[in-house]
Write a protein that binds this ligand. Structure first.
Ligand code: NAD
Length: 448
């Protein structure tokens, strides 16, 4: 591997959410001087004190280490980094636009133009946010129009593939690095930034803007499709009988298919997969290619049907009468090891049951606080014990380890009625049925 002399010393990261705070801390771990910038002063105050305003294993320790060691700072002042950094990473949000299905590009556009205006020394801007194809080329024009005439600014696109819950590990030891550039100089700059990963022979995919942008959304569209694929079969086994987990194991042994992302259940959620497949469809439709990604609409619909199915199973289990009945919902983050409740299937199920009049008691090891901001009237419990005590139905909606290892003996004498819906297919049906529980899983014929 050809190595270039490292000229990059100072790095800024614009946007310090899940992606940006992780990227900033990891850049400091790689030896760069790093400043994280955000428009949210509370976030900056908390990060400056070494506190992480969200849950991500290993990240608070890394932030504290580098804030204390002087390699990492946080600020709201863009001018400060404009005069200082050699490379600026854009890591702001691209949520689903309100009232539509496309990506809201306001944050990326504002961050990029404000940054270009603030930069007073030659630098490389690197987009990391997940964006609709064509964004980088558009931003390159915006940067050229906005920047100081005497400053040389260039743009590269380097999409991020980290998984919440494994964000530090994924950033420091990525599966691959994808770099969209328009010239070899910018690619060399990024080779020096990622020299450690290159030394470990991490695959380096050097390409154009469009491919780099599309790789990210293609990866997420594929993962979403794989989940909805198995969940479509779950709809079939629910009707005809059969075992969805055995089916997934059997096809997963085929190395062309692979077992990962084939767990039937209440489906995907979070701040990425749902909005990314919708934004991709919207973008290709804008390009006049609405038929190309039409299948993603079905992927989305299958996924949303799983939430409705879980609610319907709750109604069936409670003889169609949920009003005033205590239902314990275990897990409302969209996945374990995170406090992220954005577009969370578990929270959606809990809210639907609450709106139908059930006495919903939520317990999640990390997500209660964020969920309470969205649905303040639902009851949130600090312990599993409180949530399940007196429950007439328990629903497992996120596969946290402490739920995966639950046994009937843990709950037998706490619940009022022994009924459980395992919406993540992680419990052993026989153990629960043998202990006298009415046990329901998605993808399994209902006992009702
Ligand atoms: P987030 O909402 O957690 O963080 C975004 C941050 O950007 C917020 O702190 C916000 O205050 C800040 N911000 C908004 N406008 C700003 C501006 N003009 N200047 C400075 N800061 C600004 O979002 P996230 O989950 O970190 O996602 C960011 C991007 O990364 C999205 O495009 C997302 O799709 C992509 N992504 C996220 C993940 C993930 O697991 N969260 C993984 C890969 C890619």
């Amino acid at each position: 591997m050809v190595r270039v002399s490292a000229t990059v010393e100072n790095v800024s990261v614009i946007g310090t959410g899940y992606l940006g705070a992780t990227h900033a801390a990891c850049m400091a771990e790689l030896g760069f001087n790093v400043v994280g910038v955000d428009i949210d002063p509370e976030k900056i105050t908390s990060l400056s004190a070494g506190d992480l305003p969200f849950h991500e294993p290993g990240l608070p320790e890394l932030i504290r280490k580098h804030v204390t060691g002087g390699k990492l700072r946080f600020t709201t002042n863009l001018d400060e980094v404009g005069a200082w950094a050699d490379v600026h990473f854009i890591a702001v949000g691209t949520p689903q636009v309100r009232g539509g299905t496309g990506a809201d590009m306001t944050y990326v556009d504002t961050a990029t133009t404000d940054l270009a205006r603030a930069i007073t020394k030659d630098a490389l801007i690197v987009g990391k946010s997940t964006v609709p194809v064509g964004t980088a080329a558009r931003l390159a024009d915006l940067i050229a129009e906005t920047k100081h005439p005497e400053v040389n600014l260039s743009l590269a696109w380097n999409p991020e593939f980290l998984r919440e819950g494994f964000a530090v590990e994924d950033t420091l030891t990525p599966d691959r690095l994808v770099i969209g550039t328009t010239n070899t100089h910018d690619e060399d700059t990024l080779r020096s930034v990622y020299a450690e990963a290159l030394d470990r022979d991490t695959p380096w995919i050097s390409t154009d803007y469009q491919t780099a942008e599309l790789v990210k959304v293609a990866a997420n569209a594929f993962l979403a499709t794989k989940i909805s694929f198995i969940n479509a079969f779950a709809e079939v086994t629910e009707t005809v009988g059969g075992d969805i987990t055995t089916l997934a194991d059997a096809i997963g042994h085929d190395t062309r298919i692979g077992r990962k992302f084939l767990n039937a259940g209440v489906g995907f959620g979070g701040g990425c997969l749902p909005k990314d497949i919708r934004a991709l469809q919207t973008r290709v439709a804008e390009l006049g290619l609405d038929h190309s990604m039409r299948f993603l609409d079905e992927v989305d619909q299958i996924n949303l049907r799983r939430r409705k199915k879980t609610v319907a199973l709750a109604f069936d289990t409670l003889d169609q009468d949920v009003i005033g009945k205590k239902i314990a919902v275990l897990g409302i983050t969209f996945k374990p090891l995170s406090d992220d409740v954005r577009d969370s299937p578990g929270l959606d199920v809990a809210a639907r049951l609450f709106n139908a009049g059930a006495d919903v008691a939520i317990y999640d090891p990390q997500g209660n606080h964020n969920a309470a901001k969205r649905y303040p009237r639902i009851t949130y419990n600090d312990t599993l014990n409180e949530a399940v005590t007196g429950a007439e139905l328990v629903i497992l909606t996120t596969e946290w380890d402490e739920f995966k290892t639950l046994t009937p003996e843990d709950l037998n004498h706490k619940v009022t009625t022994r009924r459980i819906i395992d919406a993540r297919n992680v419990l052993n049906p026989h153990h629960w049925e043998n202990a006298g529980w009415t046990f329901t899983q998605l993808g399994r014929q209902s006992p009702h």
